[in-house]
Design a protein around this ligand. Structure first.
Ligand code: HEC
Ligand code: HEC
Length: 358
């Protein structure tokens, strides 16, 4: 009995100590602003899911935007997310096939665009190695920017404006890794591309030309271009899923140079599968494919027309792979390209809300 009482009083003392400790560390944060971010309601864009521990607030999105462009979050203190994800290039890396990270390594994959990611539900990165945006942001920080966290966080804490912004964005007001990741993820959730000519045509605000309409028919007709199974899901223009589209010159599993999804999940039938990119904003995101092998859209179209490889895991949807592809005439190629260009969204790449606040 005595023992038990002793134990309880010991626990009580600990509890009392930690409670008072908590009070000192986290004073009532009167600057916390929980005003919800007014997520826009856009024609045919579904509602989004936001993790319950990272509600989307205006204050957090504003902070996340600053941190996205913050060079303190890198080892050299000169690189930010915006270095490789430039708005003018639809948040890809300035026309480069590969990027150079903060410790001078060349990436093995082409930087992906960062828009409409609030709806990504089957995995992030070309190989789907993480399932949540928060995990993707953490992966990006660690693998690309190699920050020394103590230096980074001290640098941020030293700035009055940042200290206030963290208090507004987070009830616990902590300037720490978790909150940096939550804020950047919140900003990325708000990056939307929805104002291309094609979007407008669906809203009755624009009309496709005859050539563009012919290209549309090619994309959405199974017997012809047949792109829509993987890239046709509106409004994303991707099914967000992983496929082997016959890009890699591999006739055996061992010959794939990038294992893609299979490399991440260890499933051999997933080797060579990559996330289908959105067909939006292609004018700004060259070069194309996971390794940036095609410099122009004409090269991409030639590839689907007559350049496919019959790979071990090729998607059954690439039905005409044995003939090299869907065999388009020059007129059809021009039409396909014209339609793809209707998915450019100049309002998006000029949107002030996504620009650097610095
Ligand atoms: C050195 C250049 C570089 C920097 C800096 C960089 N990225 Fe990236 N990012 C890439 C590359 C390359 C990929 C594609 C990597 C892959 O798929 O394996 C990528 C992919 C991503 C993706 C996956 C998107 C998708 O469609 O699945 C996200 C999210 C992302 N980056 C966010 C960020 C954030 C946030 C930062 C800043 C913390 C950042 N990146 C910094 C080069 C960079
Ligand atoms: C079976 C699914 C599938 C079909 C069908 C398909 N694609 Fe793709 N597409 C992909 C995948 C997967 C990638 C990325 C491959 C890689 O990089 O390894 C891709 C990449 C692309 C890219 C490069 C985008 C970028 O940002 O790098 C374009 C453009 C493209 N496809 C257009 C088309 C067109 C046009 C058609 C129809 C003629 C088509 N696709 C049919 C799955 C598909």
């Amino acid at each position: 009995m005595k023992q038990v009482f002793k134990g309880i009083s010991f626990v009580c003392i600990l509890l009392a100590l930690s409670l008072s400790g908590c009070k000192e560390d986290v004073p009532f944060n009167e600057d916390y602003d929980e005003t919800a971010y007014p997520f826009p309601d856009i024609y045919r864009f579904p509602d989004i899911d936001v993790p319950s521990d990272n509600p989307l607030t205006i204050a957090k999105v504003d902070l996340g935007r600053k941190l996205f462009y913050e060079t303190l979050i890198s080892k050299s203190q000169t690189m930010s997310c915006g270095t490789c994800h430039n708005l003018g290039s639809a948040l890809t890396d300035n026309g480069l096939p590969f990027s150079t990270n903060d410790i001078g390594e060349i990436t093995t994959r082409n930087a992906t665009p960062l828009f409409n990611l609030a709806w990504t539900d089957k995995g992030f990165f070309w190989d789907g190695r993480v399932m949540t945006l928060e995990d993707a942001v953490e992966d990006a920080i660690v693998n690309e920017q190699h920050p020394e966290w103590e230096t980074t966080l001290n640098g941020i804490k030293a700035d009055e404006e940042y200290a206030f912004a963290f208090r507004e964005a987070f009830k616990n007001a902590a300037v720490d890794e978790t909150n940096v990741i939550k804020a950047i993820s919140s900003f990325i959730r708000t990056i939307i591309s929805s104002d291309s000519k094609y979007d407008k045509s669906l809203r009755g605000q624009a009309t496709l030309t005859a050539l563009e309409q012919e290209g549309f028919d090619l994309v959405f007709t199974t017997e012809r271009g047949d792109c829509f199974h993987c890239h046709g899901v509106y409004p994303f223009m991707t099914d967000n899923d992983f496929h082997d589209n016959g890009l890699q010159d591999a006739s055996t599993i061992g010959q794939y140079t990038d294992l893609g999804l299979g490399g991440a999940n260890g499933v051999s039938t997933d080797i060579g599968k990559m996330k289908a990119p959105p067909l939006r904003n292609l004018s700004y995101t060259a070069p194309y494919m996971h390794d940036g092998r095609f410099a122009t859209l004409d090269e991409v179209i030639d590839f689907y027309s007559e350049g496919l490889h019959v790979t071990p895991n090729i998607d059954p949807l690439m039905k005409q792979a044995l003939q090299g592809g869907v065999q388009l005439t020059p007129q059809e190629k021009a039409a396909l390209k014209a339609f793809l260009l209707t998915l450019d969204d100049p309002a998006f790449i000029n949107n002030d809300d996504y620009k650097s606040p610095f």
